[in-house]
Design a protein around this ligand. Sequence first.
Ligand code: ADP
Ligand code: MG
Length: 440
Amino acid sequence: IWEEVLKEAKKHCSDDVVSTWIKPLQMVEVRGDLITLQAPNKFYKNWVEEKYLDTLKKIFNEGLSIDADVLIITGDAPKAQAVSQIASPSAAVADYKIPASSNLNRDYIFENFVVGSSNQFSHAACLAVSEGHFQKYNPLFIYGGVGLGKTHLMQAAGNRIMERFPKLKVLYITSETFTNEMIQSLKTKKMDEFRSKYRNIDMLLFDDVQFLAGKQRSTEEFFYTFNTLYESQKQIILTSDKTPSEIPELEERMRSRFAWGLIADIQAPSTEEKAAIIMKRADIMNLKLSDELGIFLAENIKTENIRELIGALVRLSAYASFHNEPLSIALARKSLDKFLVRKDKMVTEENIIDAVTGYFNVKMSDLKSKKRTKSISLPRQVAMYILRSKLNISLQEVGELFGGRDHSTVLHSVQSIEKKCRDDKEIQEIIATLEKSLYS
Ligand code: ADP
Ligand code: MG
């Protein structure tokens, strides 16, 4: 029935609205006269109640002929669907005018942003702001780690405003540039100009506010800018890598103002979200990437920083075209560890085989042989198990590594270790030690 609701909803609202506001709801109860929907949090509840409750009622009453009232509650709903889309439509490019003075990047738009549970809340908040009701979530404070999409999202809100309300003035600035400009203006005695530039706008996107910490003069100047804009009901979006309370060097009056509006976070992406982002980016770059390769990269590029993730994809594609080879898992496995500046290196087949033969003090030729004594078969099974669990390789490929065993033999070995891992302390120890050695 929920599928039906979503289908009906598409008749009444845009896809954006459906996926951002309706989809995260969960139908928790359907009684004769009352349908209870659960929103992920209070922010969603308020927004949906205010804007889409009537639509929802209509969907149930008319679309589905269920004559019931609709109630929205909040609660710790199970995470909304992790990733909204794996195969995404092609990249969109802004085709409206953006004045250069806004400092907006045309690529940072909602259409190029993959929404998942890690960034759903901030995304929804930015989308809400870009509807143009400025007083509502003001200021909007987005916080999250480096490379998780804060700048992209805040600029998407700015770009959307430019698209919808071309007459409004949007200004994007990092706190560092703000500071530098201020210092320059002080030197050249052009502070009036500086102030009016920042106070005569409708929307200020102030990026990486944490860098103001400890800079008294710029904090002061920003404080007045903030107040002027706030009092004239202009929208302010701020980003930071920490919550306001985690920036103690920032003046208290500043921090308390940040808390007036809405504070939204961005978390590190899950593997599924990483895969979706890679697929989306491949699309934008016009790369042909199979779903399997996307997932392989998401699992093996050990970073939560989306900028690094995209960087690795760019390098892989450059490597492929340089060597004139198609993008494939084999190529990725061969080449990625060279590019990835990471502590936890990528594990290869050789690493695993070396680790296992070293640990058990056996020869690979014995593991390949038909010998079935315990001193040989256990290491062989362990090696197969780790190969399967750490590398994305098929049972068949594993079989080939071990003297051409067939896939059912491999499966049997892997399962027998899996089983032992559950209740055999010794095996648990062995596997743990081996895995640790792979990543050290
Ligand atoms: P932050 O400001 O949090 O450090 P950015 O907004 O600069 O991060 O994002 C880093 C890079 O990752 C940018 O190229 C951005 O377009 C991309 N990116 C981040 N999050 C997403 C996402 N959810 N979907 C698509 N691209 C993303
Ligand atoms: Mg940023």
